[in-house]
Ligand binder design. Structure first.
Ligand code: FAD
Length: 570
């Protein structure tokens, strides 16, 4: 080895820039070269939709660092518009090509970090190469979308209801464009459970998005009307531009051609220190395969947080520190107009597919004390191990306070905590911020009540086959009952229960519900102590409404239409 230790990094955005900056903090003497194919480094790819929508007005704000600032602060040799086209493992050299001149040269490395990211999938449909059919990954894509918007006559067609599709739907509505959003599944956010994202469908429609679920694009055609998309449901959509947001695929070409091991999920295989099958090469970010924390299986989970942390860990490993990356849990959030949806860990659907046992509870508390102005309902679903109560996943949707609840549960999940720990969690409280019993505590109480046997639950799927010896009882107020209830229910408000016990059929099992599951829990405790058989409906009428719309949509789709086809993770 001649000269200083030399680290070469491929890809200068999330994982690559993190690895390079961390490397410098660990070694003042190493030579660090970063190659970036595009003209920018360290730009805020997560911010792209918000510049399209005008919320981030100044484009320069997206350029978090520049080659010049990275040189000044970290002494990095950043070469943009330069693509690494080959890795010569034997010689420990990369072959790079300037995109400006086409000229090629070789660069030696002692350690190589690959952070090439993931590319947007372009489904192989006719007409997909039309320049008006775009994807969004980097600054240049964003500039193309903005130019397309300015020229477009007609609405934008967004294909795919993952988080990029949703953020772009909002962004383009902000710009005053008509938006048609086409999603192949009966729900947006394929990684989530259907009932938890049902409110996003209403929010999209309320904000003028023409949402077409259970539909995909079969072809793009150029007609006298301009660009026309032919959809699988037989309809045609004339649009000014189309944005494909149907998922991403890890960029593994360099790694494959260099003979590095690729994992079963299709990402570059790495060990806990992000080292590939070649001891001198590390890989991080969207291109690598990670272990799914809850299911323990290999997975592709392309998110900015893991990419940044992995970059740091790879640099630590290269400079002799024992940092380890354990697994990814998929903590993610998306804003859809006035609502936010967030999740961490496994969804119920993912647990079912993995054949893992679980229990689920739902709560619908306010984000802060209801007597303080502006309180908003949070719908929170908690999934947990049926015997020991270990947290397996959580999803929440609402207008406020979603991020902090899911973040707290994410931390608990990461630490291997249980629903009993959520009962005990001591969280910030003053009326503008929360409640003395935080939604996280409440979810813990409800889940722990179930595990301790204090209450038994009934599930909405049971409604399809109610037996004659079962009775549905709505324990909300008369006014709430009159405004809408589950078909077949009788109304006995919880506050009248003790006085009206004689009206309730002792020979029947009582399936209780209220608005959120809280009053009916009180009712269940009262009735079971007085000798009735009673079960509670976790999540109450609020959940029933989320569930019934979802069930109707799911029934409208044939069961073998490839519903679970891979989609971009949030
Ligand atoms: P990238 O950040 O994509 O960087 C890879 C870089 O490598 C690219 O710039 C590419 O040009 C370069 N490159 C590839 N091959 C070569 C080569 N051979 N030679 C030289 N350079 C090469 N995640 C979240 O967690 N939250 C969000 O809100 C969020 N929003 C997003 C919004 C959008 C529009 C997009 C596109 C992504 C978003 N993400 C979000 C995902 C997040 O940006 C990625 O998970 C993260 O950037 C991955 O980091 P990475 O280093 O693996 O890849």
């Amino acid at each position: 080895m001649s000269g200083a230790f030399k680290l070469v990094v491929v890809g200068g955005v999330a994982g690559g820039a993190s690895a390079a900056a961390r490397a410098r903090r660990l070694s003042e003497t190493a030579e660090i070269v970063v190659f970036e194919r595009g003209p920018y480094v360290s730009f805020a790819n997560c911010g792209l939709p918000y510049h399209v929508g005008g919320v981030i007005a100044d484009r320069r704000k997206l350029l978090v660092q520049t080659p010049r600032s990275l040189r000044a602060r970290f002494g990095l040799d950043v070469r943009v518009s330069t693509e690494v086209v080959r890795v010569d493992r034997e010689a420990r050299e990369v072959v790079v090509r300037s995109r400006d001149t086409g000229g090629e040269y070789r660069e030696r490395y002692d350690a190589l970090v690959l952070s090439p990211g993931a590319e947007p999938v372009r489904p192989p449909v006719r007409g997909v190469d039309d320049p008006r059919v775009m994807t969004l990954r980097n600054m240049e894509d964003m500039d193309r979308v903005i130019a397309g918007v300015q020229q477009a006559e007609g609405p934008a067609l967004i294909v795919g209801g993952g988080y990029i599709g949703l953020e772009m739907a909002e962004a383009l509505r902000h710009r005053g464009m008509g938006v048609v959003l086409v999603e192949r599944l009966p729900q947006v956010m394929a990684v989530a459970d259907a009932e938890m994202v049902a409110p996003l469908h209403d929010e999209l429609r309320r904000n003028g998005v023409d949402l077409r679920l259970n539909a995909s694009v079969d072809a793009f055609e150029t007609t006298a009307d301009g660009l026309v998309a032919r959809l699988s449901d037989g309809s045609r959509v004339a649009c000014g531009l189309a944005l494909l947001a149907v998922g991403v695929r890890p960029e593994t070409r360099l790694a494959r051609e260099a003979g590095l091991a690729i994992g079963p999920s299709g990402g570059i295989q790495v060990d806990a220190q992000m080292r590939t099958s070649d001891p001198a090469i590390w890989a991080v970010g969207d291109a690598v395969e990670v272990k799914d924390l809850v299911r323990g299986v290999p997975a592709l989970i392309p998110l900015a947080g893991p990419a940044n942390r992995q970059g740091r860990i790879a640099a630590d490993a290269i400079f002799g520190r024992p940092s380890r990356y354990t697994a990814t849990q998929g903590t993610a959030i998306v804003k859809v107009f006035g609502l936010s949806f967030a999740m961490t860990g496994a969804s119920e659907a993912a647990l079912q597919r993995a054949g893992l046992g679980y229990r689920r509870v739902y709560v619908h508390p306010a984000d802060h004390a209801t007597y303080y102005p502006g309180a908003q309902t949070i719908s929170l679903k908690l999934l947990f191990e049926p015997v020991d109560g270990r947290i397996l996943g959580a999803q929440a949707v609402g207008a406020a306070g979603i991020d902090k609840r899911v973040d707290v549960i994410a931390m608990a999940l990461r630490a291997g905590l249980t629903v009993y720990d959520l009962e005990e969690a001591e969280l910030c409280y003053a009326p503008p911020f929360g409640s003395a019993k935080d939604p996280v505590n409440l979810a813990g109480f409800v889940a722990a009540n179930v595990l301790r046997g204090d209450v038994e639950l009934w599930e909405p799927e049971e409604l399809a086959s109610l037996r004659p010896d079962q009775a549905l009882v709505d324990v909300r107020t008369r006014a709430e009952f009159a405004a809408g209830t589950i078909p077949g229910a009788t109304n006995v408000p919880v506050d009248e229960l003790r006085a009206r016990l004689g009206e309730l059929p002792r020979e029947k099992e009582l399936l209780l519900f209220c608005h959120s599951g809280l009053r009916s829990y009180v009712a269940a405790r009262l009735l079971t102590q007085r000798g009735f058989r009673a079960r509670n409906f976790s999540g109450g009428y609020e959940r029933y409404e989320m569930w019934s719309g979802t069930a109707a949509r799911a029934a409208a789709v044939s069961s073998d239409d490839g519903m679970l086809e891979a989609q971009a993770l949030p």
